[in-house]
Design a protein around this ligand. Structure first.
Ligand code: SAM
Length: 290
């Protein structure tokens, strides 16, 4: 069995051996804690019929653990300097494939068809680069990839916003977007001491279990998300004020009536609305031809 990468000693050895230097601009903070890795992999619920897509394998700390659990692992890494290191570290793992590329630019549908044709289900499992967490997750969700779940290490505040319920200051358009597609659950909080180098922020592992269908009845998804975005545009404004920006001042009175018809008080703020209430507004707008 290959040596564990994720210990302080082994990680430092690998870095020294290959003369690797960290690039802050690529969000490179490598995990050096076996316990956290076990928690991440356990949360994904992998087995030898399933596949894992890893984004940003670094020097392979998490990749090794995924290889031990899954039938197939595909790991996408943007930094060309890491590719030969990964090929060495993972040399004994014939069911692991390293792909050099930017996950934001890859055709993921095609990648899935090529790499995961023979597995029953696929998880995305990653210690994500924090500078692109939201674009990566939104890409995975909006492309409607055939995923069972996504288990990722991200900045703690972002995890809390994704899992937030209506009424609090963390709740916003990111919460609605994530909860429309998934059931979020924070797996654990993670101190910055388990990384080399240590990041300046606290981290959390979040599990997003993909829903079979959205939890609310939305005839037009793009329209629903336009309503959500507009409702949070200026957080201190009322719902009626924020939505007026969408329909025009001349329709202010009609808008108030429409919201009342939905049994939603126009003076409420966006941050108090549930997904069901946003869906109700979207349906009423569509009926009004807005
Ligand atoms: N998985 C490793 C670990 O846990 O030790 C490394 C995690 S590190 C936080 C993030 C990794 O993502 C880095 O290896 C970085 O080079 C890579 N990365 C950054 N942007 C990326 C992108 N757009 N596409 C693919 N990989 C990226």
């Amino acid at each position: 069995k290959a040596l564990e990468v994720a210990t302080p000693k082994r990680t430092k050895e690998i870095i020294a051996k290959y003369g690797f230097s960290f690039k802050k601009s690529l969000g490179q903070n490598f995990l050096i804690d076996q316990n956290i890795l076990h928690k991440i992999v356990a949360a994904a619920g992998l087995d030898k019929t399933k596949g894992a897509l890893e984004i940003g394998p670094g020097i392979g700390a998490l990749t090794q653990h995924l290889a031990a659990e899954a039938a197939k692992v595909t790991a996408v890494e943007i930094d060309a300097r890491l590719i030969p290191i990964l090929r060495d570290v993972l040399a004994q793992e014939s069911h692991v494939e390293v792909v050099h590329g930017d996950v934001l630019k890859l055709d993921l549908k095609q990648l899935f068809e090529e790499k995961f044709a023979d597995v029953s289900k696929v998880s995305v499992v990653a210690n994500l680069p924090y500078y692109v967490t939201t674009p990566i997750l939104m890409k995975l969700l909006e492309e409607k990839l055939p995923l069972e779940n996504i288990v990722v290490m991200i900045q703690k505040e972002v995890a809390e916003r994704m899992a937030a319920k209506p009424g609090g200051k963390e709740y916003g358009s990111l919460s609605v977007a994530v909860q429309f597609y998934c059931e979020p659950q924070i797996v654990c909080l993670v101190p910055h001491t388990v990384f080399i180098p240590q990041p300046n922020v606290d981290s959390a592992v979040i599990k997003l279990a993909l829903r079979d269908k959205p939890p609310v009845d939305v005839p037009d998804e793009a329209h629903f998300f336009r309503i959500v975005q507009a409702s949070f545009a200026q957080r201190r404004k009322t719902l009626a004020n924020n939505l007026t920006a969408l329909v025009g001042k001349e329709r202010r009175e009609e808008l108030t009536q429409l919201l009342n018809g939905c049994e939603i008080d126009p003076v409420r703020r966006g941050e108090t609305l549930s997904l069901e209430e946003f869906a109700r507004i979207s349906r009423a707008f569509l009926e009004a031809g807005w």
